[in-house]
Design a binder for this molecule. Structure first.
Ligand code: ADP
Ligand code: MG
Length: 397
């Protein structure tokens, strides 16, 4: 039996664990938060700090292979461990993808299409670089950002100066920064590549993503892209996975849109960022594809060969996130009232992650629907979400 360790105990780990167990693996989970949902799915749950090297070492020693579902794991602690060959994707992949400066420099070095940028490792040169780069621009911290946290849209030098007079300066100084061009986005997409230890790889159908307040709102598959743009997006994602040498999953977030700097007017693909792990947009694969992103990673980690994933049927599939707002007033439900949807063949799943604390913008669960076409699928997913919200807490628990 293979023992697989997962660093991070959020919903990604909670959905990965059963996929691993279905392949006969024993699952161990490590997370600093003793309430993290995936800890409850594990044969062995370890709660400790990312800096607790002895505890991390013991966790590694008990596993045959270790992956991570959270890319802000502090790599400094991991770097001190023995047996790092067990980590998939590797520590190098984690380091590159958790730091926007390294990530952007990787894109540039490998000639992958990216958003125009300048970067720096301390706040010292930021003002001068921004002045030269021009405005409007988007400033991002190199580390620790997610769901739009750690980024600012800047219209002028005055706005940058105002920002640098706040505590954000210390964060930018400690973390490094990237300043990039705002893209006139036609649509956002993501591509998940699953790559085996021997280099065999498959790519999932492309996902189309709509964000609200910088947080993923809905994911649609198939994406509404021309064949040319879809082929380009897939080839960028595959090239990136190869160049990084990923064993596991690599999610590539892409912008499809126009740049004012290079070839104005032309709609192109730009790589935004990577996640070397299952991705929120990939939840749609649970119902839309012949196997899910979680099953793909589970196969790689347990040495079961992959076949190319396909959509299970014609039509369109849409995943909608259930954020804390849905239940904030009442608290998280212990069970859902799905009576309005009982028997509906189009609502394929509703998943709650079992997080203890409900908070605005916190991802509490998701649902997936199927419909004849893309617009209907998006509308049906949003309608199902609203119905669940209206139904409020369960009638009896
Ligand atoms: P994170 O997902 O880590 O919060 P991202 O860099 O992916 O950070 O940015 C979050 C969202 O902000 C993107 O999905 C996109 O909607 C928007 N965004 C980020 N960078 C740009 C850009 N250069 N041009 C236009 N929109 C952007
Ligand atoms: Mg992102």
């Amino acid at each position: 039996m293979t023992t697989v360790g997962i660093l991070g105990g959020g919903q990604l780990g909670a959905m990965l664990a059963p996929a691993l167990q279905d392949l006969g693996a024993d699952v161990h989970v490590f997370d600093p938060d003793p309430n993290a949902p995936a800890l409850r799915r594990a044969a062995r749950a370890v709660s400790g700090s990312w800096r607790d090297v002895p505890r991390l070492q013991a966790f590694f020693d008990a596993c045959d292979v270790v992956t991570y579902e959270f890319e802000n794991v502090e790599s400094e602690g991991l770097a001190r461990l023995e047996g790092l060959g067990k980590l998939c994707p590797s520590l190098d992949v984690l380091r590159t993808t958790q730091n926007r400066v390294l990530e952007k420099e990787f894109l540039r070095a490998h000639g992958l299409p990216h958003v125009a940028f300048v970067d720096g490792r301390t706040a010292a040169g930021l003002s001068a670089a921004a002045f030269e780069f021009g405005f409007p621009s988007i400033l991002k911290t190199a580390r620790g950002g997610y769901d739009g946290k750690g980024q600012w849209k800047l219209a002028s030098v005055a706005e940058l100066d105002a920002l640098l007079a706040t505590p954000a300066r210390a964060v930018l100084d400690a973390s490094g920064w990237v300043l990039e061009e705002p893209i006139d986005i036609v649509l956002e997409a993501s591509a998940i590549v699953a790559r085996e230890r021997n280099g065999d790889e498959v790519v999932f159908p492309l996902f189309e993503n709509e964000h609200r307040d910088h947080i993923l709102d809905v994911t649609l598959v198939p994406a509404r892209l021309t064949d040319d743009l879809e082929a380009e997006a897939k080839s960028v994602a595959l090239a990136a996975a190869r160049a990084l040498g990923v064993t596991g999953l690599l999610t590539t977030e892409l912008f499809v849109g126009r740049s004012a700097r290079s070839r104005p007017g032309e709609v192109r693909v730009f790589t935004n960022e990577f996640a070397p792990r299952p991705h929120n947009s990939g939840h749609v694969t649970r119902k839309a594809c012949t196997f899910s992103q979680f099953e793909a990673l589970a196969r790689i980690l347990t040495g079961v060969p992959l076949v190319p994933p396909r959509l299970v049927s014609a039509g369109a599939f849409c995943m909608a996130n259930l954020l804390g707002e849905v239940w904030e007033a009442q608290g998280a439900p212990a069970s859902l009232d799905l009576s309005a949807w009982e028997g509906s063949p189009d609502l394929l799943e509703v998943v709650l992650y079992g997080k203890k604390d409900v908070a605005a913008k916190r991802k509490m669960g998701h649902l997936t629907v199927r419909a004849a076409g893309p617009e209907e699928a998006i509308a049906a997913a949003r309608a199902a979400r609203e119905a669940i919200q209206r139904s409020g807490p369960p009638r009896s628990v």
